[in-house]
Design a protein around this ligand. Structure first.
Ligand code: AMP
Ligand code: MG
Length: 427
């Protein structure tokens, strides 16, 4: 089929618009243990169950005191000691100090902690050594300085990683409410394909796209559902599409170029698809197709484990036809499918991850095409530095496996010079 290909910027804007629309729909919610939470998306706000920190806390081993008294360098009587874990104590008497450990509650009446290393301590008395003085609040984190009881600490839509898990644990949450993972059907098409565990006959190749895309889907927060390989016939494609209709998102690889056996677009049309684009001026990945088909799923009322009722709207199923060449499939997944998948997963963070790096050597552009070339970025120095990985075109899986990013060559670039700061797409 011949269609006008969009510029990369237009295609990206269209994807962003659809992602924003999807992000407003509600998905079912489930509860997972903290160990199962990495990579999931928070479905309800995480709130502080008490003030954080819950008591005025010393950040040093030393002596709690009144800053005004300690700063005169007077000798202060030691009147008590508090270890981490001990209940808050005090009040601190006038002209006295209180021994304290890191993480321990500061006694009432004290407004600063002087460090162990900064005092002279002898015979039950301490003195701050001149010329050092101390300000009120020094080495103390006030009760509630990080958050007040009931404050929203994380909004729904936050992707959960180690830091969010630490926060949940600090708030006493052994489980978290997360959005159900979107189910992503992966359909590899092609007469030449055989499954990974069979030996290819002459002319055949192994289906490497399906396991690659399954890994990418899992990493992006989806539940991969790999369908059997579909042959390049109308019948095979129609029945595979009917089966895939139960998925939240459909990724098809192969069969979207202009060849005689590229039958995916017509098959999607027969399944009722509307296309948002059927070609993007990028290399690799030009024939990429993005559309939606009516979903067979019914509207259901689901009740999540917090007791909140929400409607699982019957939404159209978004679908991608990704070019079969493995590098094309990978690039177009990252650029276009990953944002839609992130939105379906309920994440607020739906954009492809671009970063900046210094280019190691000159790169030629292809006017009229934005290029995404397998590249290797090293983070060893002060500024990340990126170099192209030599490759033999978009079927070169070995080159892609040696790369850790894609160098972006904009559509309007003449060429990129060594030393220039360039964009890279992180994998
Ligand atoms: P197509 O997009 O169907 O024209 O395929 C383009 C190239 O990608 C051809 O060389 C195919 O053999 C190859 N290819 C298609 N599907 C896959 C797959 N699932 N795994 C590996 N290579 C594939
Ligand atoms: Mg094919």
């Amino acid at each position: 089929m011949s269609h006008d290909a969009l510029s990369y910027d237009k295609a990206a804007a269209l994807i962003a618009k659809h992602a924003a629309k999807l992000a407003r729909l509600r998905s079912p919610v489930e509860r997972v243990d903290l160990e199962q939470a990495p990579g999931r998306v928070l479905a309800r706000p995480l709130r502080a169950d008490r003030d954080q920190p819950p008591f005025a806390r010393s950040t040093r081993d030393g002596f709690a005191c009144r800053a005004s008294e300690a700063s005169t360098h007077a000798s202060l009587a030691l009147t008590g000691a508090t270890k981490a874990g001990a209940a808050p104590s005090g009040p601190l008497k006038l002209n006295s100090a209180w021994e304290i450990m890191t993480g321990a509650p500061v006694p009432r009446g004290a407004d600063a902690v002087v460090m162990l290393e900064h005092v002279e301590a002898a015979n039950g008395r301490v003195r701050l050594l001149p010329p050092r003085t101390v300000e009120p609040g020094e080495n103390i984190v006030a009760k509630g300085a990080h958050a007040r009881k009931g404050d929203e600490l994380l909004p729904p839509g936050t992707r959960i990683g180690p830091a969010q898990i630490a926060l949940a644990a600090a708030c006493g949450c052994a489980t978290l409410p997360v959005f159900a993972k979107p189910r992503v059907a992966i359909l590899a098409t092609g007469d030449e394909l055989v499954p990974v565990d069979s030996s290819p006959a002459p002319g055949q190749i192994r289906n490497s796209n399906a396991p690659m895309l399954a890994a990418m889907v899992a990493e992006a927060g989806g539940e991969p559902w790999v369908l059997p390989i579909a042959r390049d016939t109308e019948k095979a494609l129609d029945s595979a599409l009917a089966q895939a209709a139960a998925a939240d998102l459909l990724l098809i690889t192969g069969g979207v170029s202009a060849g005689k056996f590229d039958l995916v677009e017509p098959a999607l049309l027969r399944a009722g698809a509307r296309f948002h684009f059927t070609g993007v001026r990028i290399q690799p990945g030009k024939p990429t197709v993005f559309g939606e088909t009516p979903s067979l799923r019914r509207t259901t009322l689901v009740q999540d484990q917090d007791g909140t009722k929400c409607q699982n709207q019957s939404r159209a199923q978004h679908c991608f036809g990704l070019p079969g060449n493995p590098v094309s499939s990978a690039v177009t997944f990252l650029l276009f499918a990953a944002p839609i998948l992130a939105a379906l997963a309920g994440s607020r963070d739906t954009f492809p991850r671009f970063a900046l790096a210094k280019l190691a050597s000159d790169v030629k552009a292809k006017p009229g095409l934005a290029r995404f070339l397998p590249a290797s970025c090293t983070f060893a120095g002060h500024t990340p530095e990126v170099a192209l990985v030599p490759w033999q075109g978009s079927g070169d899986i070995a080159a892609m496996a040696r790369a850790n990013c894609f160098l972006v060559v904009p559509e309007d670039a003449k060429h990129l010079k060594a030393g220039a700061i360039v964009r890279i797409l992180l994998t």
